[in-house]
Structure formats: structure tokens, C-alpha cells
Design a protein around this ligand. Structure first.
Ligand code: NAP
Length: 312
């Protein structure tokens, strides 16, 4: 079968590039020194795009690809894709849901543990040889505390189950009340006021930009810790830095940032923040499953069979 031309919008791992190269003519837009020249040369022929969860495919780029049929996202979050525009232009979009849920939930619960029990600081304390000079300061217990999940979807529910196993109570906020036993709180500020941990697990994009703002952080207060494994855009990072610096909230555990991979120096200086380099789904097993879905969705589309995981 003739190989289909696809545009690569993100740096992708070898275990994904190898099967893509076997089935497609891959044009590397991400690494191209002269992107306009690449589009001028191959744009008219491109039939597919492969991008990562954190990357973007803006409309002005898509408009230069008249034969584009499908965008396959290597990630569950597709906030970088103009989905309404794609729907209006008959372009299909796919992502990689479910296969990464457990890893991302593990990362969120690890951030809850690391922030509450101060495990990173304790590790640094021991490595620095400080134990022989005195005991590490006491931390805070998890059991009995209330966790508020913002976005009780696949990942949010998996986080809730893990935190229940730690003896925590669960409440949640989203646009709709769900058929679950956990308490629904229809106001985000009211949820923040109640909880000890506010855990962000909703999609990114324009609809949730800066959902977690200064008002929400003030409501979370000195007893509260913010955990974000969703998207950096959901949290007003400047307001969060101020809240961490002033002790408005107790701490934060973050896997995602507004301008990745750049993390503000002021945030890196905050001792009450645990910061991870967007590794929520970063295991060999999960990334292999995500790669399989990207490849199989493209193959399904170009062979005229049903997509495995369609967004639209
Ligand atoms: P999902 O199953 O679609 O769940 C998303 C949840 O967010 C839904 O329950 C939805 O409920 C809620 N939601 C949507 N808009 C909201 C709003 N404005 N306010 C509050 N809640 C809202 O998605 P998922 O698979 O759990 O993934 C969630 C997100 O995690 C992804 O979009 C992605 O950005 C992020 N993620 C991060 C990593 C990482 O490496 N850190 C990895 C994978 C995914 P309602 O419709 O009722 O509001």
C-alpha cells in the first residue's frame, strides 16, 4: 500500500516514530529549521497530523493543509486542537484515553503524599547529613482529610479511589453532578473552602483557563494544598506563586505548568512546592499503549474502518 504523507508536530519517541515511518511518509515539522519552506513543499499533500497532548495545531497551520483528514494526538488532552474548526471542516481527531489513567492517578496521589508528608524535603534532609544533628520536622497526616477533585472524569475517579485507600474523604466539582457516592459541590470556591487538598484533573483549553485563580486559592487557605496534574493553563501561575510565597495556601504539587518546559524561577524557589516535569503518563508500559493507539487510529482511518478512540 502506498505510504500516506503525515506531518509530525511534536518530538516523538522512537517506539512511536518507527511504526509511523513504516506506514507513512513522515515530515518533521517540529524540528524543521524552515517551517514555511517545508509547508510550501509538502503542505498540499499532507493527509494526517501526529502531535502530542501538550502541542498545538493552530488554524492558520491547518488552513495550509487542504488534504488533511485526521489529527492523531499522542495524549488524552486535545486542548491544542481546534476541535470545532476540525468538525466544521470534516477533519477527524483522535486521542489516547483510558490507557494512561492509572499512571496519571498514581502521579497525583504521589504528589498528595509528597506534599503532605514532606517526603522530598525529608529526602534532601537525609542526603545533606542533617539527621545526625536532629529529627526531621513533623508533617501532616492524610487519613481523615478531605480531597476535592476538580474534574471527576476517568483520571479524577482513579485519583479518588486511591485517596480513599489512604483514608481520605472525597468531594468533587465539575459542570455536572454525577451518579457517584462522593459529595458534589457546585461552586469551585465553596469546594476550595471545604477541602484540605484541591486536585485539578479537568481538561485544559480556553474553557478552563485560570479556573484556579487568586479567589480560589484564598478560599483554599492555609490548611490547603493545590495539586495539578491536568494542564498548566488551568491554574493562574502568577497567583499561585504569590499564594505560595505569602503562605496563603500550605503548598502545591504540580506536574504541569503554563509555559512548559519553562518553570518560573520564583516557583522553583518555593520550598512548599513539589514540582515534576510533566511525567504523569511517563512509564514504558503506558507510553507504548499510547503509541499503539496513535498508530492504529491512523491505520483505521486510512483503511476506512472505525476509529478506536474518536474525539470527532
Ligand atoms: P475526562 O474523562 O474527559 O474527564 C474530564 C473531567 O473534567 C470530566 O469529568 C468533566 O466533567 C470535567 N470538566 C470539564 N470541564 C470542566 C470545567 N470547566 N470545570 C470543572 N470540571 C470540568 O478526561 P481524563 O481522561 O480524566 O483527563 C483529564 C485531563 O487530564 C486531560 O484533559 C489532560 O489535560 C490531563 N492529563 C494530564 C496528564 C499528565 O501527564 N499530567 C496525562 C493525561 C491527562 P463535566 O463535563 O461534568 O464538567
Amino acid at each position: 500500500m502506498e505510504k500516506t504523507p503525515v506531518l509530525i508536530l511534536a518530538p516523538l519517541p522512537d517506539f512511536l516514530m518507527q511504526p509511523l515511518l513504516a506506514a507513512h511518509v513522515c515530515h518533521d515539522y517540529f524540528h524543521a529549521a524552515d517551517k514555511a519552506a517545508l509547508l510550501g513543499k509538502v503542505g498540499a499533500e499532507i493527509r494526517g497530523i501526529v502531535m502530542a497532548g501538550g502541542s498545538v495545531s493552530p488554524v492558520p497551520l491547518l488552513e495550509q493543509l487542504p488534504k488533511l483528514e485526521i489529527i492523531s494526538v499522542f495524549g488524552v488532552g486535545y486542548d491544542g486542537v481546534p476541535v470545532d474548526w476540525c468538525k466544521a471542516h470534516g477533519i477527524r481527531v483522535t486521542n489516547t484515553p483510558d490507557v494512561l489513567t492509572e499512571d496519571v492517578a498514581d502521579t497525583a496521589s504521589a504528589l498528595v503524599l509528597m506534599t503532605s508528608r514532606k517526603l522530598i524535603a525529608a529526602n534532601r534532609f537525609l542526603h545533606a547529613g542533617a539527621w545526625t544533628k536532629g529529627a526531621f520536622p513533623l508533617a501532616h497526616a492524610l487519613h481523615g482529610k478531605l480531597a476535592g477533585i476538580v474534574g471527576l472524569g476517568r483520571i479524577g475517579k482513579a485519583i479518588a479511589h486511591r485517596l480513599e485507600a489512604h483514608g481520605m474523604r472525597i468531594a468533587y466539582h465539575g459542570r455536572t453532578k454525577q451518579d457517584v457516592s462522593w459529595e458534589y459541590v457546585d461552586s469551585l470556591v465553596a469546594l476550595a473552602q471545604k477541602v484540605d487538598f484541591l486536585i485539578v484533573a479537568c481538561p485544559g483549553g480556553a474553557a478552563t483557563k485560570h479556573l484556579i485563580n487568586a479567589e480560589v486559592l484564598t478560599a483554599l487557605g492555609t490548611k490547603g494544598t493545590l495539586i495539578n496534574i491536568a494542564r498548566g493553563s488551568v491554574v493562574d501561575e502568577a497567583a499561585l506563586i504569590t499564594a505560595l510565597q505569602n503562605g496563603t495556601i500550605r503548598g502545591a504539587g504540580l506536574d504541569v505548568f503554563e509555559n512548559e518546559p519553562h518553570v518560573p524561577e520564583a516557583l522553583m524557589q518555593c520550598e512548599n512546592a513539589v514540582l515534576l516535569p510533566h511525567l504523569g503518563s511517563g512509564t514504558h508500559e503506558t507510553r507504548a499503549e499510547m503509541a499503539r493507539l496513535v498508530v492504529e487510529n491512523l491505520a483505521a482511518h486510512f483503511s476506512g474502518t472505525a476509529l478506536l478512540t474518536p474525539v470527532c
